[in-house]
Structures are given as structure tokens and as C-alpha cells.
Design a protein around this ligand. Structure first.
Ligand code: ADP
Ligand code: MG
Length: 206
């Protein structure tokens, strides 16, 4: 039983996997169908959480894995209470780029922090809120350097290829184990992926 009336969909995947591209297409669809929605992202989604995002992604900082994890969860706690839950209570379609699965993949699998610890903090930060569906865009590590070459890389994007491979493998293994997670081939073309995402999302749009 979910305590709210809205739908909560999360887009996940490694850096440059196409999350923002697919989010923009889904937003266009929601607008054209006059479906009330909220498009948000993590870390971020409130003024305070966006300030934490800046801190987290600034390449000038050196951050211990635990400090990093706690900041992601602090931003998530604020975002969940201030933005996500109110929108869901109003019955909105909530689309978020990254949520709890990203922390499992990045801080758990890639940084090597304990998965039970990450799971527990996710639970606390979200007050138990869970996405109705998490869509993971799966791309090979090699896509990272061939896509969007102009992009100025943030602190996480400046990590090593080995780190990115662990993120990818983390997502793949999480997607296999968890319910309500769909793993899509992120190397298919943009329009085709959009159709696949719509197919999966449509059943939540009554
Ligand atoms: N399915 C796709 N195939 C090839 N390139 C893509 C695809 N989806 C997105 N891209 C390109 O990859 C880059 C990163 O996409 P973006 O949506 O910003 O990813 P993310 O938000 O996951 O970091 C952009 O240059 C985008 O145009
Ligand atoms: Mg993006």
C-alpha cells in the first residue's frame, strides 16, 4: 500500500547513459498529454539539496567515501520531504533522474561501502518511499568517452574507467536482484529507447 496517489518513476544509469535525454522526451510526452508532473533530479531538487549537489560534484574537493555517502543521503532526505512526497500526495507523475539505486551502485558497488549500510541509510533518508519503477539505462564503459565530448566533467565523472565499470556492473547486478527495476539497453537509438520507456511507464498512467 502506498500512502500517496501519484506515480514515482526514476531514471538511472552511469554518467552519460542518456538519463537527461530520456527525461526530456518523457517530459515532452507528459506535457502533450496534459499529465501533471514533476521533473526532478538527485542530488538536488530543492535549494538546499542543490547546494549539497554543488559541493558533491565540485572536482576541487577530496571527499571520503563515508562523507560522500552521508551528503547524498542528507540531500535525499531534504528532497524527499520537501519535493517528492508533497508532489506525490497531490497525485502528480514524478520523474526523477537518479534516486536510491544510484547510491547502491556508486557508493556501494563502486566505492566499496557496505551495501547493507547504504540500504539502511537509503531507507532512513527516503522515509521508506520507493519508486513504482526504476529504469536503468545500461551502457558499456566505453560509451563514456565517445559521448558528449564537450562536457566539463564533474568530480564523479572524473573517476577512473575501473570506477565506471564497477558502477555499471553494480547497476546490472542490482537490476537483476530487485523488483520494480527494468534494465534497458542504453545503446539503442534515442527514439527507440523512448518508446521502450513509454511502454513500461504507460501502465502507471491510467
Ligand atoms: N541512446 C543514445 N545513443 C547515443 N547517444 C546518446 C543516447 N542518449 C543520449 N546520448 C548522448 O549522450 C550524451 C549524454 O546524454 P545525457 O542524456 O546527458 O546522459 P546523462 O543524463 O545520463 O548523463 C549526450 O551527448 C546525448 O546526446
Ligand atoms: Mg544528466
Amino acid at each position: 500500500m502506498s500512502p500517496h496517489r501519484g506515480v514515482f518513476i526514476v531514471l538511472e544509469g552511469p554518467d552519460k547513459s542518456g538519463k537527461s535525454t530520456q527525461a526530456a522526451l518523457l517530459v515532452r510526452y507528459l506535457k502533450s498529454h496534459k499529465i501533471p508532473f514533476l521533473h526532478s533530479r538527485e542530488p538536488g531538487g530543492t535549494a538546499f539539496a542543490e547546494a549539497i549537489r554543488k559541493l558533491l560534484l565540485d572536482p576541487r574537493h577530496q571527499v571520503t567515501p563515508l562523507a560522500e555517502l552521508l551528503l547524498y543521503e542528507a540531500a535525499r532526505a531534504q528532497h524527499t520531504q520537501e519535493t517528492l512526497l508533497p508532489a506525490l500526495r497531490r497525485g502528480k507523475f514524478v520523474l526523477c533522474e537518479r534516486y536510491t539505486l544510484a547510491t547502491m551502485a556508486y557508493q556501494g558497488h563502486a566505492r566499496g561501502l557496505s551495501l547493507p549500510l547504504v540500504r539502511r541509510l537509503n531507507q532512513i533518508a527516503t522515509s521508506g518511499l520507493k519508486p513504482d519503477l526504476t529504469i536503468v539505462l545500461d551502457v558499456l564503459e566505453s560509451e563514456f568517452n565517445s559521448r558528449d565530448k564537450q562536457r566539463r566533467h564533474d568530480r564523479l565523472e572524473l573517476e577512473s574507467p575501473g570506477f565506471r565499470r564497477r558502477v555499471r556492473e553494480g547497476y546490472r547486478s542490482l537490476a537483476r536482484r530487485q523488483p520494480r527495476v527494468a534494465l534497458l539497453n542504453g545503446r539503442r537509438d534515442v527514439a527507440q529507447l523512448h518508446q521502450e520507456i513509454l511502454q513500461r511507464v504507460c501502465r502507471f498512467l491510467s
